[in-house]
Design a binder for this molecule. Structure first.
Ligand SMILES: *Cc1c(COP(=O)(O)O)cnc(C)c1O
Length: 358
């Protein structure tokens, strides 16, 4: 069986050697030494001024909305994982969708201003598959209309944009360290900001609002990463260059096979982006062809993923607003199997199946 991704597991004894520290200290959560060590290593590895480790990649979105004091409407993308939209609704705000660019697949910055009203407080956009949004234009719009900017950068571990980590852009960026992501801690995630006041706010929000044991800064939730999660991150991090190199081989084969095809569309990367090889999406001509490809794959026990599907403006808890580009792409996009250590013979089989159908 070939699945869309396969979690990279470090040698078990390396994980256990790190965890041994927790056993010896008798300390497995509440910002123990391993979480602090992981944050320090991530700051250095990513070259960012601040990392706050969290228990998953969804809580950071909710904490970011809370920390910026957002209310009313938040302009967002319909083409993302459901957590981007659900976090907005969960925090009592209203998502206002703006359609996506048909090639970059990120929010279409030329349509943002038309969606701004007196109730708009922020833009929450996703760097889709690690492909950056039009960051410069979004910054101009945000400044002009006094809006905050949050980037859901769940796919962006090790993505640099114009020579620096993409986590440096926007008021706040978030990441997911879920087992299906490029770098992982099993479940996990992080918050990034360059603003020191915001760093303090994010910190107390993620720990019940605590100021010492008995005083409180304000409201909070529990978003703390635990020591076993941090141990996994510390065990995976030394392999990140190998992981990317292994994935790059697969991506090169897919690219060679499909880059000149008239029958499917590949993602157009924004200039200035260093890739991390986290995803390989293909966009087929129509949903019927996609379903045919899926059927043939299933017969061979190959399971790609319809990601992202469905378009988030169609969520049952929202009032529907039409997003023609996102809805069309969501129906036709497939993320092909891609992971470290993937057998290149299997990659060729996958390519052959797709070529047969298209
Ligand atoms: C994975 C993902 C999330 C959620 O992260 P979790 O760690 O699973 O909570 C949010 N947004 C995007 C774009 C994602 O891909």
């Amino acid at each position: 069986m070939i699945t869309v991704t396969k979690t990279f597991l470090p040698p078990q004894e390396e994980y256990q050697a790190i965890l041994k520290e927790s056993w010896e200290a008798g300390w497995i959560t509440n910002r123990g030494p391993l979480v602090k060590k992981l944050e320090a290593k991530l700051m250095k590895h990513l070259d960012v001024p601040y990392v706050l480790a969290l228990t998953n990649g969804t809580i950071p979105l909710q904490i970011a909305i809370k920390a910026l004091g957002l209310t009313g409407e938040i302009i967002t993308t319909p083409f993302s994982y459901v957590a981007t939209t659900s976090s907005i609704v969960w925090e009592g705000c209203t998502p206002v969708f703006v359609d996506i660019h048909p090639k970059y697949l990120t929010i279409d910055e030329t349509k943002i201003e038309a969606a701004i009203t007196s109730k708009t407080s922020a833009i929450l956009a996703t760097h889709v598959y690690g492909n950056p949004c039009h960051i410069e234009e979004i910054e101009i719009i945000a400044k002009k209309h006094n809006l905050k900017v949050i980037y859901d950068a769940a796919h962006c571990f090790d993505i640099n944009y114009n020579g620096k980590s993409i986590f440096n852009y926007g008021d706040i960026s978030t990441c997911s360290f879920h087992a299906t992501k490029l770098f992982h801690t099993g479940e996990g995630g992080a918050l990034f900001t360059n603003n020191s006041d915001l760093q303090n706010t994010l910190f107390y929000h993620h720990n019940f609002g605590h100021k010492g044991n008995e005083e409180f800064f304000g409201i909070g939730i529990n978003g703390k990463m635990s020591e076993p999660q941090a141990a996994m991150g510390l065990a995976v991090l030394p392999y990140i260059e190998d992981i990317k190199a292994g994935r790059e081989k697969v991506v090169n084969l897919y690219n060679n096979a499909f880059q000149n095809s008239n029958s499917l569309q590949l993602l157009t990367w924004r200039n200035g982006t260093d890739l991390n090889y986290a995803y390989f999406p293909i966009i087929l001509k129509d949903e019927e062809i996609l379903l045919k490809v899926m059927d043939l794959f299933e017969a061979q026990q190959i399971f790609p993923r319809r990601y992202f599907f469905p378009s988030l403006n169609t969520m049952p808890y929202l009032e529907y607003s039409k997003m023609p580009v996102a809805e069309s792409i969501a129906k036709r996009v497939l993320c092909l199997p891609l992971y470290y250590g993937m057998d290149l013979v299997d990659v060729q089989r996958i390519i052959d199946v797709i070529k047969k159908v298209i």
